[in-house]
Design a protein around this ligand. Structure first.
Ligand code: FAD
Length: 306
């Protein structure tokens, strides 16, 4: 059995594994795909102290750093259930195997919800973006659209309006769903247009995005907007389906954690994009992973099971 079993091999899971292993305790990492979302990222310019890097390069560095320690890496393995048992926790894998540990750090991350329209996948990183904090500055002086009129869409539009030349916010529903105070701020900005009842139907481009098509859901008319960037803000889905009924989840499916990364289940901690901690970023996930692991160590030295 492990002392700390980390589920997830992204920035949060890697940090958790390194912090646990450095305590000299038996540490395992279980990951469906080591590297996590970072593997899908091209440029990273906000990983503090590294001016610019690329996702796959950072993912490789994460794996190398984890491998510096005696961590048991179980890659390409998907966890399907978490079961509290006497003296610890069992994690069941999709392949039928069971891994036992005294404590667990959950770091299964999240995924951006896609529009699933033609051109979206093709122009990903060529104008189609998901993270305004990450990619906003790449569109300085250009025209962009934000898809989604919830809090994250409206926040993104306000944020981007200060950087880019023009923002068009498109909402599927007949009204925005964001908090009134955010809507008021958005409407006060001179370089923002808001279009409601708009169903995005296609991302167009040549080598890069040059526009989008949408259907006016009232008139049924198809319309086109010329622009250089599209920020999709229709939800971030945490990878926590397999945890339903075991640890407390928020209405959005995020694992509820306290300031130490403790979940509702003793001995089970969580970190990164799969949790209720706000602002989903690499550097935040790493900090949270380290914290959850230190909390797991603290739990071990305080329980008789240690
Ligand atoms: P993830 O990176 O999502 O890792 C989750 C891990 O858990 C993976 O290893 C996954 O395979 C594994 N996993 C999931 N489910 C299971 C399961 N059931 N069993 C076993 N393993 C499982 N952030 C920045 O700070 N700067 C940027 O420039 C930036 N750009 C981005 C660009 C894109 C295109 C995307 C998608 C994200 C970007 N982000 C950026 C956000 C950043 O990647 C995330 O905040 C960060 O990766 C979160 O780390 P994490 O470890 O919590 O989760």
């Amino acid at each position: 059995a492990f002392d700390v079993l980390v589920v997830g091999g992204g920035p949060a899971g890697s940090a958790a594994a390194i912090y646990a292993a450095r305590k000299g305790i038996r540490t395992g990492v279980l990951a469906e795909r080591f590297g996590g979302q970072v593997m899908d990222t091209l440029g990273i310019e906000n990983f503090i102290s590294v001016k610019a890097t690329e996702g796959p390069k950072l993912a490789m560095a994460l794996e190398e750093h984890v491998k510096e320690y005696g961590v048991d890496i179980m890659n390409l393995q998907r966890a399907s259930a978490l079961v509290p048992v006497d003296g610890g926790i069992e994690v069941k894998l999709e392949n039928g195997a069971v891994v036992k540990s005294k404590t667990v750090v959950l770091a299964t991350g999240a995924r951006w919800r896609n529009m699933n329209v033609p051109g979206e996948a093709e122009f990903r990183t060529k104008g189609v973006a998901y993270c305004p904090h990450c990619d906003g500055p790449l569109f300085r002086g250009k025209r962009v659209a934000v898809i989604g009129g919830g809090n994250s869409g409206v926040e993104a539009a306000i944020d981007l309006a200060g950087i880019v030349a023009h923002v068009t916010l498109l909402e599927f529903d007949s009204q925005l769903r964001a908090d009134a105070v955010l809507q008021k701020k958005l409407r006060s900005l001179p370089n923002v247009d808001i279009i409601v009842s708009a169903q995005t139907t296609e991302v167009t481009g040549t080598d890069k995005v040059n526009g989008l098509k949408y259907k006016d859901r009232v008139s049924g008319e198809e319309k086109r907007i010329e622009l250089e960037g599209i920020f999709v803000q229709i939800g971030l889905v945490p990878n926590t389906d397999w945890l339903k009924g075991t640890v407390n989840l928020s209405p959005r499916g995020e694992i509820e954690v306290d300031a130490k990364g403790q979940t509702s289940l003793p001995g089970v901690f969580a970190a990164g994009d799969c949790t209720t901690v706000p602002y989903k970023q690499i550097i935040i996930a790493m900090g949270e992973g380290s914290k959850a692991s230190l909390s797991a160590f603290d739990h071990l030295i305080r329980t008789s099971a240690a």
